[in-house]
Design a protein around this ligand. Structure first.
Ligand code: HEC
Ligand code: HEC
Ligand code: HEC
Length: 153
């Protein structure tokens, strides 16, 4: 009699223990799921709110036109720079180019950057966005860096 009750007792104890454990796990899993879903929704919402910003290259102050029409210079400036370099260095053709009625040197530093004075605020803006890293400034000085160097000396 005692033994039987004890048996029944231990079976129901076991059952109770199992239920407690299940409840305990559910008690952890459900809030866990809620937090997880919440984080996912937050991440999605956050990303939607933060779409990658378009680059904003600084407009040159006091100039209205580039050495090529806007669409062309945007798409072809790397080609033009190579042409200028080859013409100047290999062919010795240093005649100036026209932009907005004035003449400018066929030069990265003294031409392009006569108007676009900041590598950081102009060239780098787009290049970071496009993940290109022209090595030109390993050798060529940008006017603003040059100025900073001059002031330091
Ligand atoms: C006489 C001054 C001047 C010179 C020299 C000049 N630019 Fe420009 N550039 C401008 C102006 C002004 C604009 C903006 C034109 C517009 O918004 O219609 C511009 C626009 C551009 C743009 C497009 C920017 C954008 O917002 O999309 C690029 C790229 C560019 N220039 C690169 C160059 C390069 C490279 C050189 C040298 C090969 C050069 N520029 C020489 C004045 C100049
Ligand atoms: C309006 C955006 C914009 C501006 C401003 C800009 N670039 Fe670029 N540049 C690009 C993009 C986009 C590429 C990559 C094009 C490609 O890979 O087809 C590029 C590529 C180049 C390349 C070739 C790099 C390579 O590894 O192929 C050179 C050189 C270059 N740019 C020079 C300049 C210089 C110098 C300036 C500043 C005077 C400048 N760019 C300003 C958008 C810009
Ligand atoms: C290893 C050093 C070095 C690198 C890197 C370099 N250049 Fe030059 N570049 C020179 C030298 C030296 C000259 C000759 C200067 C002269 O005779 O006026 C020159 C001349 C030029 C010229 C014609 C004259 C002038 O003063 O600008 C252009 C345009 C030019 N480079 C564009 C570029 C561009 C664009 C890049 C990057 C894609 C580049 N260079 C990278 C060394 C370099």
């Amino acid at each position: 009699m005692v033994k039987k009750r004890g048996n029944r007792g231990s079976v129901s104890n076991l059952l109770q223990e199992w239920r407690n454990k299940a409840m305990y796990d559910a008690g952890k899993i459900i809030p866990g799921l809620i937090v997880f879903v919440g984080l996912m929704l937050f991440a999605i919402y956050y990303n939607v709110g933060n779409k990658i910003e378009d680059p904003k290259p600084e407009k040159p102050v006091g100039y209205t036109s580039c050495v090529l029409p806007l669409e062309e210079i945007r798409a072809e400036h790397m080609v033009l720079l190579n042409e200028w370099r080859d013409e100047v260095i290999r062919e010795g053709k240093r005649e100036k180019v026209e932009a907005g009625g004035k003449m400018y040197e066929k030069s990265l530093q003294n031409g392009c950057m006569h108007c676009h004075t900041s590598q950081e605020k102009f060239c780098d803006q787009c290049h970071k966005y496009a993940s290109v890293n022209p090595y030109c400034w390993d050798c060529h000085v940008t006017p603003e860096y040059g100025k900073a160097l001059g002031e330091a000396n």
